[in-house]
Ligand binder design. Structure first.
Ligand code: ZN
Ligand code: ZN
Length: 252
C-alpha cells in the first residue's frame, strides 16, 4: 500500500468511527447502554439500564411513615387526627396531594441534581417512582399538567423541572400532558412572606390557558406550604376542571 493509500484508509476508518459515535450519541441509547452499564447515582453500583438508583439505595430514601393528612398528605402527630392544621383551618382547592417522601438527605440530593445539575435521568426516575408508588390514586386522572414558571424563570433555569416530571409521568400513565396554566408574573417564595403578603403574592399569578372538564394531575417538584399548588388548583377549577390531584417529588 502506498503512503497516500494508507492515509486514505486511516481517514476513512476515522470517519466511520465518527459516524458510529454520532449514531450512538443521537439515538443509539440502547447500544450505549450495552457499552456502558448504568451506575447507581447514590453509590455507584451497577444497575439495570433505565434505573438510576439501586434497590438498597431506593429503600434508604425517605418514605412517608405514620398517619397522613387526608388532603395534603402531610405527616400527622397523632393517629386521632384526619387533617393537618393548614387543611383543617382552610379549604384547599386541590383534592389530594401525594409525594415520594420528606425533603431529607437522599431525596433532597436527587432533586437538587435533577433541578440544578439538569440530570434528567434522575428526573425521569423520580417521575416513574411517583407513578409506581401512587398508581392507584393516579388511576382516575384524565390529563396531566404542571406548575408553570414565568418565561424569565424558565430561561434562567434552562428548563422547567415540573414540566419535565409531568411529561414523564403522563407518558408512564399513558395520559395526555397538557399545558393548562401560564405564570403571568414572578412571585416570591411563600415562606419568606408574612400571612398578609402571602395572599397578595400569589393572587392572579397563574392564568388558565384552556378550559376543560374531568380530573387533572398537577405536578410540581416540591411542596412546601402548598399555597402555590393550591392557587394553581383554584385557577384550574375556575376553568372548569372538576378534580385536582397534586403530585410532588418531595414535601418540605
Ligand atoms: Zn446505590
Ligand atoms: Zn393537610
Amino acid at each position: 500500500m502506498t503512503t497516500s493509500g494508507a492515509t486514505r484508509t486511516s481517514s476513512s476508518v476515522w470517519r466511520a468511527c465518527c459516524r458510529t459515535a454520532e449514531w450512538i450519541r443521537k439515538g443509539g441509547a440502547g447500544v450505549a447502554a450495552l457499552l456502558y452499564p448504568a451506575q447507581c447515582v447514590e453509590c455507584g453500583a451497577a444497575i439495570p439500564w433505565g434505573s438510576v438508583v439501586c434497590l438498597p439505595c431506593a429503600e434508604r430514601l425517605p418514605h412517608p411513615a405514620g398517619t397522613a393528612c387526608a388532603v395534603c398528605g402531610e405527616q400527622l402527630a397523632s393517629d386521632s387526627l384526619d387533617l393537618c392544621l393548614r387543611c383543617g383551618t382552610r379549604l384547599r382547592a386541590f383534592d389530594a396531594a401525594v409525594s415520594l417522601g420528606p425533603y431529607d438527605a437522599g431525596l433532597r440530593d436527587l432533586l437538587r441534581r435533577f433541578k440544578f445539575g439538569r440530570e434528567k435521568a434522575i428526573g425521569r426516575w423520580l417521575a416513574h417512582e411517583l407513578v409506581r408508588r401512587h398508581g392507584s390514586l393516579l388511576g382516575e386522572i384524565d390529563c396531566v399538567t404542571h406548575v408553570p414558571m414565568t418565561r424569565a424563570e424558565e430561561r434562567a433555569r434552562g428548563f422547567n423541572p415540573s414540566r419535565f416530571l409531568a411529561r414523564t409521568a403522563a407518558r408512564r400513565l399513558g395520559l395526555p400532558e397538557r399545558r393548562l396554566l401560564v405564570k403571568a408574573r414572578a412571585t416570591l417564595p411563600q415562606r419568606v412572606l408574612s400571612a398578609r403578603e402571602r395572599g397578595r403574592n400569589l393572587s392572579d399569578a397563574f392564568v388558565a390557558v384552556r378550559s376543560g372538564k374531568g380530573a387533572v394531575l398537577l405536578v410540581d417538584d416540591l411542596l412546601t406550604t402548598g399555597a402555590t399548588v393550591d392557587e394553581c388548583a383554584r385557577t384550574l377549577k375556575r376553568a372548569g376542571f372538576d378534580r385536582v390531584t397534586v403530585a410532588t417529588v418531595s414535601r418540605a
